[in-house]
Design a protein around this ligand. Structure first.
Ligand code: PLP
Length: 407
């Protein structure tokens, strides 16, 4: 499999610009990806032709907008092989999706003092803090899977961390700070055997590998549109039908009711029960278009391309003096996290940006993980379908030059 990188890049208007006098090299894809013209067109088309509130309207535009919004849900359901399209709940992103699940579990009364919640040591703050909040409200306690020097889960003590007391296991599929692809299957099957729910933070996996939520076996899978070549402000919670049916709603408002009176309000069916208020209609439509676009290229071909770039960059950077890599797991995807000994990550990142190369510096919303590695942050380069070998060369050249200037 190979992809036509020139034609792909030409579809991203944002890439066609100079930054600080250099052609932009965008390597901050783990933070957000860009939108191809097809997705921008889907957004524009919605506002130019369809803009209208959905679901309750009898007029033409409302019917058309409703149909497009619900077709988007079907597309996402198919993409992730959900058993039912009403298992796809549109949210504003990963953070929103995780907070939805942690809050409805809190509201449910199913989590009690003494119960345990399990996360891993490499989670993003958005897969830590909502669980700490749940613990604060319920009296449950948080357990954490430790991380090895190579940036992988240390599962040697898993039998004491994951027990019948564990009510939910919430872990990421791919680490945004290290790129580690976590062995989620192991933990899902173990959690299942013990009766614990499982949530997979798919923010870094949804656009980088084929996901089949039924085969995965978890109860919830969440991701953000803006990391999948779609706009910000749209995201997805996939949840197993019987669990979502059983749990209470979270936000109250329009659309989520079946009948509302001052005496008693009853709730709508899935997915509307969890979609109070006017949703991000354009975002959902653009997200579906983004996955169609991904499929036109082929997600396996994209993954192969990104892996090639990651391998090339990993090899090249290992020849730079005093470089320290974070995350050296066997199975990795798209993320290269590093420091140069004696140089602050922020200084390194700032100089690299001055050479037109966009990387991220800092803790990547993973302060506990950074603490585990004894650093306040790293420099992170992350790849997407539109990156090239030239981008890798530009990165390496910029690192070398910056390191020399800062030495
Ligand atoms: C980006 C990211 C999040 C948060 O996503 P938002 O779009 O900011 O809500 C959570 N987890 C991981 C692994 C991420 O990469």
């Amino acid at each position: 499999m190979s992809i036509d990188i020139t034609s792909i890049r030409a579809q991203f208007p944002v890439l066609n610009q100079q930054v600080n006098g250099f052609p932009l090299v965008y390597l901050d894809n783990a933070a957000t990806t860009h939108n191809p013209q097809a997705v921008i067109d889907a957004s524009t088309d919605y506002y130019s032709r369809l803009n209208s509130n959905i679901h309750r309207g009898t007029h033409f535009l409302s019917r058309e907008a409703t149909a497009a919004h619900e077709a988007a849900r079907e597309t996402i359901a198919k993409q992730f092989n959900a058993a039912h399209s009403h298992e796809i709940i549109f949210t504003s992103g990963t953070t929103d999706s995780i907070n939805l699940v942690s809050t409805i579990l809190t509201f449910s009364g199913k989590i009690k003092a003494g119960d345990r919640v399990l996360v891993s040591g490499l989670e993003h703050h958005s897969n830590i803090v909502p669980w700490q909040m749940l613990c604060e409200h319920t009296g449950a306690e948080l357990d954490v899977i430790p991380i090895t020097d190579s940036g992988e889960w240390d599962l040697s003590e898993i039998d004491t961390l994951l027990t019948e007391k564990t009510k939910i296991v919430a872990v990421s599929h791919i680490s945004n700070a290290l790129g580690t692809v976590n062995p989620i299957e192991k933990i899902i099957s173990k959690a299942k055997a013990l009766g614990a729910l499982t949530l997979i933070d798919g923010a870094q996996s949804a656009a980088h590998m084929k996901i089949d939520v039924q085969a995965m076996g978890a109860d919830f899978y969440v991701f953000s549109g803006h990391k999948c070549y779609a706009p910000t402000g749209i995201g997805v919670l996939w949840g197993r039908e019987e669990i979502l049916n059983e749990l209470p709603p979270y936000k109250g408002g329009g659309e989520m009711i079946e009948r509302c009176s001052f005496e008693k309000t009853t709730y709508n069916v899935l997915p509307f029960k969890y979609e109070a208020g006017t949703p991000n209609i354009e975002g959902a439509i653009a997200l579906a278009r983004a996955f169609d676009w991904i499929n036109e290229i082929g997600i396996e071909a994209i993954a192969e391309h990104e892996q090639k770039l990651l391998d090339l960059a990993t090899d090249a950077i290992s020849h730079i003096d005093n470089v320290q890599l974070y995350g050296t797991a066997k199975e990795k995807a798209t993320v290269l996290s590093f420091n140069i000994k004696g140089i602050h990550h922020y200084d390194l990142g700032t100089l690299i940006d001055q050479m037109g190369v966009a990387v991220r510096t800092g803790h990547h919303c993973c302060q506990p993980l950074m603490a585990r590695f004894g650093t306040t942050g790293t420099v992170r380069a992350s790849f997407a379908v539109y990156n090239t070998e030239d981008d890798v060369h530009a990165l390496i050249k910029a690192i070398k030059k910056a390191a020399m200037m800062l030495a």
